[in-house]
Design a protein. Structure first.
Length: 299
């Protein structure tokens, strides 16, 4: 863990304590460097207890380990659950999600290539009679992730015979070709590419059920405005550069996905891909005053 990551962890800890009104309690018996960003009780990291239905969705995705990861202060899964909750979520008018009430599910499977042992999963899906929104949520991942698109992509996706629907092979393979030369190294284009393919396969398989609905793939990222003072100018520049790269490379990713977006359009599907900052999304969501205050830990 580098200095920037440690400093941001400390800032998150202070924000948590200010919003929750309690000190972060960490496990005993571990070295301070290992335990200071882990909660002893996962309930302290969650706004409300998880329903059995939601707990099972996480277990199905990754066993008990999936729930154990929520002990981490920087858990994006815990953040996702804290925001969307157990049952339904409401949005007011906003530029990102159509206003209304939505049902919520977590870790939904999106089949990309038939027979893969580990199929694609997406953090949260919210849906109603008019819209289905697939959310990929990022908390600390941009501060750690830096790799190449080619390194992470399954080689089977470069062979047309592995695609569920033959009409999708060329557009997706053309997007792969474009991304290989795009210079994307920080933005997790591979994961978002897999989500788009899984969503396309899901829609084709459930055409009657999704007919006429808006379909959105939303990458929601946690950011902060200038978390460092003038005395930490170097860290501030480093932090700002992470998210400048994230946003710049998302724009490249979206350009590379032109053929895929066009494929959805040709099928009469209203499909969009967007990058949204959490600080812009949260004000559009309807919460109790108590929950909104508690969620200030992410702002």
């Amino acid at each position: 863990m580098n200095k920037l990551q440690i400093q941001i962890h400390e800032l998150l800890k202070h924000k948590y304590e200010a919003a929750s009104g309690r000190k972060m309690v960490t496990p005993k018996g571990l070295l301070a460097s290992r335990n200071r960003f882990i909660f002893e009780n996962v309930s302290d990291n969650l706004y409300e207890p998880m329903s059995e239905k939601v707990s099972q969705q996480y277990r199905d995705a990754g066993g008990e380990e999936a729930l154990e990861k929520m002990h981490s202060l920087r858990s994006s899964a815990a953040m996702t659950y804290n925001i969307f909750g157990n049952d339904t979520v409401r949005f007011a008018e906003n530029p990102f999600v159509s206003a209304g009430e939505y049902n919520v599910c977590y870790e939904a499977v999106l089949e990309t290539v038939p027979g893969l042992k580990e199929q694609d999963r997406i953090d949260a899906v919210i849906s109603n009679e008019k819209e289905i929104d697939f959310f990929e949520m990022k908390l600390f991942e941009p501060l750690y992730h830096k790799t190449s698109f080619a390194h992470e992509l399954s080689s089977s996706l470069e062979d047309a015979q592995h695609y569920v629907y033959t009409d999708s092979a060329f557009p997706f393979m053309e997007s792969i070709r474009r991304m290989r030369g795009s210079g994307i190294v920080r933005y997790d284009a591979c994961q978002m590419f897999n989500h788009a393919l899984g969503i396309y396969n899901y829609i084709r398989k459930n055409e009657l059920a999704v007919k006429g609905k808006k379909i959105k793939l939303i990458n929601c990222i946690w950011t902060l405005d200038n978390p460092f003072g003038d005395e930490e100018e170097k860290l501030r520049r480093e932090f700002d550069n992470v998210f400048f790269e994230e946003k710049t490379e998302f724009a490249k990713f979206k350009e590379c996905m032109f053929n895929v977006i066009n494929l959805f359009e040709k099928k009469g599907i209203d499909f969009t891909i967007s990058l949204v900052e959490l600080k812009d999304l949260l004000p559009a969501m309807e919460f109790s005053e108590e929950k909104r205050s508690w969620l200030n830990r992410y702002l």
